[in-house]
Design a protein around this ligand. Structure first.
Ligand code: ASP
Ligand code: MG
Length: 422
């Protein structure tokens, strides 16, 4: 049995769905579970819709129609017969949003978010499943919310592994024989049957959960790149592809912000030694990158990861006292309760500095809770450059001409917080 995951950039249009079907057909004959994300930029569009709904904005209908029209365009292209049942399926899925929009929003923004944004994955999986069947591939649609069980932390659902694996193991092996199963990434369900999401870009994680509970041979993530590259080709030229990577290295790279794989994906796979293939969606016969236990790190191919839109915040005591462990503990508590993920940190006698992804709400939360005790300084619109297995040459070339606000070099990793070049 194998699990395939297709992201939104792959299923962004009708041709993407056709290509997915082509990949499935060339790998015919094996039990296959397919996990799909929302199509193209649908998640972003549904995020805007949720905001508009919550804030009572006037453009609510326009935003909804954009999402609706985008999906109808795709199905019109894929299913020329107008009475194909997919038109009703898509219509019924969209009606769920319309009903929600007619009601008053729930006071918890994140709850609304998950009920609305999850529709993106429900739509894409319906369309993919119907298209596979139209191509004579025996395929069945599954609702991931009845398998991926989470707590009710909306937008960051915490997976209950025991319950999740039990329901996956008791149902999927029976269903899958001789079939393709299609389900959604990113979404889960609570014990009260509300929908949750697992955090942005969480479909990889969903695929790893299914792969791990089913103890499959391998998980393949199909991407719009040739495999795992040593840098983002949109930001750097002369990138190279890794043929193989150990789990640990892939995990470090994703932790530092390489957007290739969601950071939570690796652990469940490593625990069961399930190989993770990252393969090019448009060239399915190419080998891509394999991530497994036995791969070697190639230290003369440093990975360069650039994270944009960073903020560097520094805390110092108002009375000129040292930053003690007690103060650090106060600061960390607020970072933890505000769910702020630290990308880099450094302390000196009088200050403690942290770099994290800019998020206005989270930033204000920190300021509210910490400005009584600490003097706070910050810089916005920064970049965080991380280099794995750095050498002098690469560091010199990457930092040349840049203003560096904070720098840290350890045995295997160099990190620089830099001002954006205008
Ligand atoms: N559609 C979701 C997102 O864009 C999940 C995913 O793509 O993995 O964040
Ligand atoms: Mg996506």
């Amino acid at each position: 049995m194998q699990v395939y995951k297709f992201g939104g950039a792959s299923v962004k249009d009708a041709d993407g769905v056709r290509n997915l079907s082509h990949i499935v057909s060339i790998n015919r004959g094996q039990d296959l579970l397919i996990v799909v994300s929302a199509m193209g930029k649908t998640t972003n569009a549904l995020e805007l819709l949720t905001k508009a709904y919550f804030n009572g904005s006037a453009n609510l209908n326009t935003l909804f129609h954009e999402v609706r029209d985008f999906h109808y365009e795709i199905i019109k292209n894929l299913f020329p017969t107008e009475n194909d049942p997919i038109y009703d399926d898509v219509g019924n899925t969209l009606i769920e949003i319309e009903w929600m929009l007619e009601d008053e929003p729930h006071p918890d923004y994140n709850f609304n978010y998950d009920q609305i944004v999850s529709i993106g994955e429900l739509l894409s999986s319906r369309i993919v499943n119907a298209y596979l069947n139209s191509q004579s591939i025996n395929s069945k649609w599954l609702d991931a919310r009845s398998f991926i069980q989470t707590d009710n932390t909306y937008r960051e659902g915490e997976v209950n592994w025991e319950k999740t694996c039990l329901s996956i193991q008791s149902t999927i092996p029976k269903l899958i024989s001789g079939k393709v199963l299609v389900t959604q990434g990113f979404i889960g369900g609570t014990s009260e049957n509300y929908t949750t999401t697992l955090g942005r870009e969480g479909s990889d994680y969903s695929a790893a959960i299914f792969a791990s509970c089913l103890n499959v041979e391998s998980l393949t993530i199909w991407k719009d790149v040739p495999g795992v590259l040593n840098a983002d080709p949109k930001l750097f030229t002369d990138t190279i592809k890794y043929t193989e990577l150990p789990y640990s290295e892939a995990l470090e790279m994703s932790f530092y912000g390489a957007s290739i794989i969601h950071p939570k994906t690796i652990k469940p796979l490593k625990n069961l030694n399930i190989a993770l293939f990252v393969k090019p969606f448009l060239h399915p016969l190419e080998s891509g990158t394999v991530i497994n236990q036995s791969a070697k790190i190639i230290k003369d191919q440093p990975a360069v990861i650039l994270k944009l839109n960073q903020v560097l915040i520094s805390f110092s005591k108002k009375d000129f006292s040292f930053i003690s462990e007690n103060h650090l503990s106060d600061i960390f508590k607020v970072f933890s309760s505000g769910n702020v993920k630290i990308n880099m940190m450094q302390n000196s006698a009088l200050s403690f500095s942290v770099c994290f992804d800019w998020d206005e709400e989270k930033f204000n939360y920190l300021k509210n809770f910490l400005s009584a005790e600490f003097k706070i300084k910050y810089n916005q619109d920064l970049q965080l450059l991380t280099v794995r297995h750095p050498n002098k040459k690469i560091l010199a070339s990457l930092s040349s001409g840049k203003t560096i606000l904070l720098e840290q070099i350890s045995r295997n990793t160099a990190q620089l917080v830099i001002k954006k070049v205008e």
